[in-house]
Structure formats: structure tokens, C-alpha cells
Write a new protein. Structure first.
Length: 467
């Protein structure tokens, strides 16, 4: 039977039980080192960061013809006895009794050679990059973070809701949506006035890929109390930055009978839970990131996990920025949205830890946020973390019908487009709150990876939908 390398590395079984056992191991060759009388073959099967070492001696069948075919990238199956390894990098190695080539790999053509490649180059070979140490580690940590996300919310009795991907509602009101249509884009049917006749489209109305599952999430929170979504979301904004994707995954909890303080508590506990989980369960990969990707990562994560997050209102944050003496590219002014440079100054330099900024001006936030008594600011919160900036955005929702109608009028949003959302405010309305956490930004923050395009298997961004 085939054994995966992770099962040999993690000492799930005591060493004595493994030594002497004959097993079969399968994977892709990373290196072959020829010694005088034998060869070391290192293979990797992606189940864990480290390679597994196989010793091939000339007594192996077809040794002389086999060895030259084992170039980097070749898929092999090796059977043999597990022995204790004298090397310091591993406890066990295999003395092979047979090695079979499963899939050849042409050295001349194989783009993944032993040297280090740039992440830009690896993006152009996204079908092969998960075979590298870094992308393999990112993928395993991403998986662990997804698992931990479900554990966190399930432990708190949140119900997982699947919200639709195709929608007619623009949640964030930002208009950066991808259209979904089956109309002939070359020759769409037109009404008498010349505009496109969407009544003939598949859903008999204009539809888009969702930017957020929040509005649907609110419906379920106002019935099941605490819910969360975890799914793909889409933004057609032309942002070519290391923090934006056109398709990204978002976790959106929504809590009934909860105010902004409850929301902040949940967000902070969630981030700390994720850090705890990977520090405990992904040690090998996390050491790798600390050593090769972002020096001091582990220490920074420990600090985030152990100290309470700072809190500051938007108005106070603007005052800090104005007094900072810094020359920002975008000027700081009450009423203007915080830019990444401002966010990073606050969290990295001023506070030196995660900070939650609350009570933003209503004009830079979405229509559904609860109005404060000043009638100028809303009960919004953004969680900012070092290196990434905004990692979570959320708010207490406006649960009062007249207030939300007033806000929609101001923003020229049509009530009939949101009739069901407004009815929630009519039938047993309750204070409720929630947030959206960008999953890739969480993965970025926790792995220390510089570019968001390298923490999702197949990134979508302006000009790129390859693979
Ligand atoms: O701040 P945003 O736009 O908030 C919402 O969509 C709310 N409906 C969430 C809610 O209250 N339920 O997005 C939430 C988070 C951001 O903080 C950021 O981490 C991430 O989603 N995000 C992106 N991540 C990658 N690429 C993009 N283009 C992103 N836009 C937002
Ligand atoms: Mg936001």
C-alpha cells in the first residue's frame, strides 16, 4: 500500500513501529545525488514540506539504466525497507528494493529547475507552481485556515449558509460587478427606446456575480441568530495591487441581537483563533515562512495573538495621521477614505499592532450601516493589521426602517430593488451586526506572503484569467 510522506514525518506512530517495515512511497523527484557506490533520491509528494530520502544501491534491478531517467520532476514509485537515518534532517529513510518510473519528465523542457524562481515567473506556470516548496506550503496553510474557520464558527454555534453567487442586488453599492447574461453581446435585444431589453435575458432581469453574501446572510441571521458564509465573491474593480483580486473568498458572519462591540469581539477572537491553529498544526510550514519568506513572522504572530487589539474612531485616526508629520501620497482629510498607506501607518508605526477603526463618515460607507446620533458617522469597523492593512470590514446594520429608507433615498437606491431587505426591518427587526473577512488577506497576513496573487491557486486580476 502507498504511504504518504506526512505519515512518516509526523511520527503518528513511534519510530520503532516503522523501522524495518516495507512500504511503497510515491511522489515527484526533487534531487538525485550520486555517491561513489549508491545514490540518494529525494522525493516530494506535497503532503508535507520536507522531502523523503531514498537510498538506491547498485543491487537494484536496472540500476544503471534507471538512474539517468530520474531527473527533477519525474514521478516515481519506490518500495523498500524503512531504516533509521544517520542524516540529521530526517529520522527515517528508505532502502529501496524496487523503483518504478510512473511518469517521465524531460529535463530540458521542465520549467521548474532546482534554482529559486521569482513569484512572477511562477505565476506564469500556475499549473506547476504548487510543486514548489513555497506554493505547497501556502496551499497547506490555506487549507488549515479554511478548516479552522469552520471550527471557530461551528464551536460558537454559527450556522453555515450558502448564499447565491448570481444576484440582482448590489450589496456594497459600489457598482464594481461582473454581469451575468446569456444575451448575445454582439446583438442584444433592444426596447423601443434603444436600451437593452433584459426581460429577455435568462433571469428576466439584469444579474451579476455577487460582491458579498451579506444581504442574504442578514436574512438568515434574522431567523437563526448566528450564521456565517464562506464563499467566492467578485469585484470588477481595476485594482492592480498586491492586495486585490477580482475573485476572492470571503467569510461573512452575521449575528442577530449583536452590536458593534459584539462584532469587534468576534473579529478579534477569529483572527487569534486562526493564528493559534496554524502555530499548533502547521509548524513545519510556518517555520519555513519565518525563515524564507518573512523574517520575524512567528514573533509578530505571537504578539498579535497575545495582545488585545487597539481601538480608535475614524475621527481620532484622522487626527493621528494629521499630526504624524508624514508626507502621504494621498492627503489626509476628515471625510476622505483611508488609503493603504494611512492604514499601514496606523497599524505598523503608530500602534504597532492590529487596530480596529470605527465610526467612519457615512459618505464613504455602504447604505446598510447603522447611523450614529451625529447623523454624520456610521457604526462601521475596519480591522487593520501590519503588512496588509484592511483585513476585515464590517458594521452594525441599520435595523430601523425609517432611517434606512432615508439613507436609500439619499443614495438614490430604489426601494423596490431591496423590498425583501426592507421587510426584515418591518417584521420583527432586531439589532444585528456582521463583518466580511477577506480569506486571501488572512492567508497573506499569516504566511507573510507579499502578493495576494500567490496565496490563491489560480488568481484572477485585470488582464488575467489563464488556467
Ligand atoms: O470591506 P468589504 O468590501 O465589505 C463587504 O463586502 C461587507 N459586505 C462585509 C460584511 O460586512 N459582511 O470587504 C470585506 C473584506 C475586506 O476587508 C478585504 O479583506 C476583502 O474583503 N476584500 C478583498 N480581498 C481581495 N481582493 C479584493 N478586491 C477585495 N475587496 C475586499
Ligand atoms: Mg472595506
Amino acid at each position: 500500500m502507498r504511504v504518504k510522506i506526512c505519515d512518516l514525518k509526523q511520527h503518528k506512530k513511534p519510530l520503532e513501529e516503522l523501522v524495518g517495515k516495507t512500504i511503497t512511497i510515491k511522489g515527484w523527484v526533487r534531487t538525485v545525488r550520486n555517491q561513489k557506490t549508491f545514490s540518494f533520491i529525494e522525493i516530494n509528494d506535497g503532503s508535507t514540506l520536507t522531502n523523503f530520502q531514498i537510498i538506491a544501491e547498485p543491487t537494484l534491478p536496472h540500476y544503471d539504466t534507471l538512474l539517468p531517467t530520474l531527473s527533477t520532476g519525474t514521478a516515481i514509485s519506490a518500495t523498500g525497507q524503512l531504516v533509521e537515518s544517520p542524516g540529521k534532517n530526517q529520522a527515517l529513510e528508505m532502502k529501496a528494493t524496487s523503483i518504478e518510473v510512473i511518469g517521465k519528465c524531460d529535463t530540458e523542457e521542465y520549467p521548474l529547475q532546482k534554482k529559486r524562481h521569482t513569484f512572477e515567473f511562477l505565476r506564469s506556470i500556475a499549473h506547476l507552481r504548487p510543486r514548489t516548496n513555497t506554493l505547497g506550503a501556502v496551499t497547506r496553510v490555506r487549507n488549515a485556515l479554511a478548516y479552522a474557520t469552520h471550527s471557530f464558527f461551528q464551536e460558537r454555534n454559527f450556522v453555515y449558509i450558502h448564499t447565491p453567487i448570481i444576484t440582482g442586488a448590489d450589496c456594497e453599492g459600489a457598482g464594481a460587478m461582473f454581469r451575468v447574461t446569456t444575451l448575445d453581446v454582439e446583438k442584444p435585444p433592444r426596447k423601443e427606446d434603444g436600451t437593452v431589453d433584459y426581460s429577455q435575458d435568462f433571469f428576466a432581469k439584469p444579474t451579476f456575480l455577487t460582491v458579498s453574501g451579506q444581504l442574504n446572510g442578514e436574512i438568515y441571521a434574522c431567523a437563526l441568530s448566528d450564521i456565517y458564509t464562506f464563499g467566492p465573491t467578485f469585484r470588477a474593480e481595476n485594482s492592480n495591487t498586491s492586495r486585490h483580486l477580482a475573485e476572492f473568498w470571503m467569510i461573512e458572519p452575521e449575528m442577530a441581537f449583536a452590536d458593534l462591540d459584539d462584532n469587534m469581539e468576534c473579529a478579534e477572537a477569529y483572527i487569534k483563533y486562526l493564528i493559534n491553529y496554524v502555530l499548533k498544526n502547521c509548524q513545519e510550514d510556518m517555520f519555513f515562512f519565518d525563515k524564507y519568506i518573512s523574517n520575524g513572522l512567528l514573533e509578530r504572530l505571537e504578539l498579535v495573538r497575545n495582545a488585545p487589539f487597539e481601538k480608535a474612531t475614524y475621527t481620532y485616526a484622522v487626527r493621528i495621521l494629521e499630526k504624524s508629520g508624514k508626507q502621504f501620497q494621498y492627503p489626509v482629510k476628515w471625510g476622505a477614505d483611508l488609503q493603504t498607506e494611512h492604514e499601514r501607518y496606523l497599524t505598523e508605526e503608530y500602534f504597532g499592532k492590529p487596530v480596529i477603526i470605527t465610526d467612519y463618515p457615512k459618505d464613504i460607507k455602504a447604505f446598510y450601516m447603522r447611523m450614529n446620533e451625529d447623523n454624520k458617522t456610521v457604526r462601521a469597523m475596519d480591522v487593520l493589521v501590519p503588512k496588509v492593512g484592511e483585513i476585515i470590514g464590517g458594521s452594525q446594520r441599520e435595523e430601523r426602517l425609517p432611517q434606512i429608507q432615508e439613507r436609500m433615498r439619499e443614495l438614490k437606491l430604489k426601494e423596490e430593488d431591496y423590498w425583501w431587505y426592507l421587510e426584515l426591518r418591518k417584521f420583527g427587526s432586531v439589532p444585528h451586526s456582521g463583518f466580511g473577512a477577506g480569506f486571501e488577506r488572512l492567508v497573506q497576513f499569516i504566511t507573510g506572503m507579499e502578493n495576494i496573487r500567490d496565496v490563491i491557486p489560480f488568481p484572477r486580476y485585470p488582464g488575467n484569467a489563464e488556467f
